[in-house]
Design a protein around this ligand. Structure first.
Ligand code: FAD
Length: 471
């Protein structure tokens, strides 16, 4: 066997790829991780501008549960990766909400508060809401066989108010749906549990803490990790993924290949499929996000105490790729300062992140100069939309406190992760068992179907267990 032969080769050093690598290597497998980018973390990475370190996207780690709760996904994840709770340094949120049509529902790591708010604002739907919750509780949402079907239809069976249905769809779609205007039932159930029953937390250091724990574990278990080393082609011979051709022209072989590049993206790497394979399955949902930082003292005076605000200003919630560059009618506001970091710990600046639906094709059609100019326009517009949902601050006070701004678009996501169409949640078709038509090529991460940071790590773990350790 050549020195470049591995038990497992993993495409991508995002959350799913690193978690799969930890799991496989822990049991003695010889593992190689190949990453095209120069930084690990994938969609949830970080970058520096001067002294300031930006998380690429982290709003919250979902599935937070208090210490001592057994059997929760986050607890299983930590056990499987042998990460201790204190190492993750998870700090619970101060309080989030979803707001639309003059109604706000609390999402604050306590399902009882959400139930109370639903009963107060929608008394006629209180029983239906409880029945829906019981129906979801009976579903094995993390099964490798997805339930299938439309969450909108499920909601319509239990909840009569269209406004309440939208209020429940806004957070679940934004944090986990690859489908336009809907969310698949098992995925809805996963989000229901991870956002409403469990909740949000953040490591004080942000996503860097999670990435460092994973890369440290990889190192401890002897994983070979090659950065700036993309996979150019998966050579398919005799019905197997026989070798990986790398960007530098070299080749490696492995008994099994796990790809977190995405289902369509992985098809397009294969030597036996055309370069436009899988077009019908490509996802279309892209996000733009603005990031503003403020002087800490001035920011403290703003009174912006929410952790996350999901909002919709339109009459009906639309979750579609917009015809324009950005659809500002709904979105997510995140203020990372508003986690309970404990005594003596606070972020050095005030942070405001605003996320909204954005069109990949429209942003990519812009010439460079126009791209930069439209980003600046949309920064201002989204920032103003978000501020309407927060305690009022005059423009002069706001602008005087503003220290830095940044913004990403679906074009940025495509550039740094290779996701076709800059699609945040990947393909519209998920493959829960990770299998492809090749017996030694498996999908992990976004297109296996467990989304988000916690989901992606669980995906890497469960696919490594299923195909690498139990097989
Ligand atoms: C702006 C934003 C905000 C988000 N906020 C949150 C949040 O607050 N909470 C949360 O839970 N989730 C959040 N998410 C979602 C979460 O980041 C993702 O669901 C998760 O990180 C996906 O991990 P993954 O491993 O499946 O894929 P990815 O992160 O996409 O990783 C795939 C990796 O594969 C690499 N790759 C692709 N092709 C190749 C190739 N040919 N060769 C080598 N390497 C390749 C890519 O460079 C990438 O590093 C957010 C996402 C975004 C974009």
């Amino acid at each position: 066997m050549s020195a470049t032969h591995y038990d497992a080769a993993i495409i991508g050093a995002g959350m799913s790829g690193l978690a799969a690598a930890v799991r496989l290597s822990m049991y003695g497998r010889k593992v190689l991780v190949l990453e095209r980018h120069n930084a690990p973390g994938g969609l949830n990475s970080f970058y520096a501008r001067g002294r300031r370190k930006y998380d690429v996207g982290l709003h919250a780690l979902t599935n937070w549960v208090p210490e001592g709760v057994k059997g929760a996904p986050l607890v299983k994840l930590m056990r499987q990766l042998r990460i201790r709770r204190e190492e993750l340094d998870l700090c619970p949120q101060l309080g989030s909400r979803v707001t639309m049509g003059g109604v706000s529902l609390r999402i604050n790591n306590d399902f009882a508060r959400l139930t109370e708010d639903v009963a107060a604002a929608f008394p006629g739907d209180a029983d239906g809401f409880r029945r829906l919750d019981a129906w979801i509780a009976a579903l094995d949402e993390a099964s490798l066989q997805a339930h299938g079907g439309s969450a909108r239809e499920l909601l319509a069976r239990h909840v009569s108010s269209p406004l309440l249905r939208d209020l429940l769809l806004i957070p679940t779609c934004y944090y986990g749906s690859a489908l336009e205007d809907d969310i698949e039932v098992s995925q809805f159930a996963i989000m229901w549990r991870s956002l409403f029953h469990e909740g949000f937390a953040r490591p004080f250091e942000g996503v860097r803490r999670v990435i460092r724990l994973l890369t440290d574990r990889c190192r401890e278990h002897g994983v070979d990790r090659r950065m700036k080393c993309g996979v150019r082609r998966i050579e398919v011979r005799q019905g197997r993924a026989a070798a990986l051709l790398l960007d530098d022209g070299s080749e490696v072989t492995a008994d099994a290949v796990y790809s977190s590049a995405g289902a369509v993206e992985t098809m397009r790497l294969r030597s036996d499929l055309p370069p436009d394979a899988g077009a019908a399955e490509a996802g279309r949902l892209g996000y733009a996000e603005t990031i503003a930082t403020y002087g800490e003292e001035a920011f403290a005076g703003f009174g912006w105490n929410d952790t996350i605000v999901f909002f919709c200003d339109a009459e009906r919630f639309s979750y579609r790729s917009p015809a324009e560059l950005v659809d500002p009618s709904s979105g997510v506001i995140c203020i990372p300062n508003n986690y309970d970091y404990g005594p003596g710990r606070r972020l050095e600046e005030g942070w405001l992140r605003v996320t909204a639906l954005a069109s990949h094709d429209a942003w990519c059609a812009l010439p460079e100069e126009a791209y930069v100019a439209r980003k600046a326009d949309w920064f201002g517009r989204l920032n103003r939309v978000a501020r309407r949902h927060l305690p009022a601050v005059t423009d002069a006070t706001h602008d005087g406190a503003l220290v830095s701004t940044d913004m990403f678009t679906p074009r940025t996501v495509r550039k740094f992760t290779g996701h076709v169409g800059g699609a945040i949640y990947g393909s519209t078709v998920k493959r829960r068992d990770g299998r492809t038509d090749l017996p030694n090529l498996f999908l992990i991460g976004t297109d296996q179907g467990f989304l988000g940071v916690t989901g992606a790590m669980l995906s890497g773990i469960s696919m490594a267990n299923l195909h690498g350790l139990k097989a």
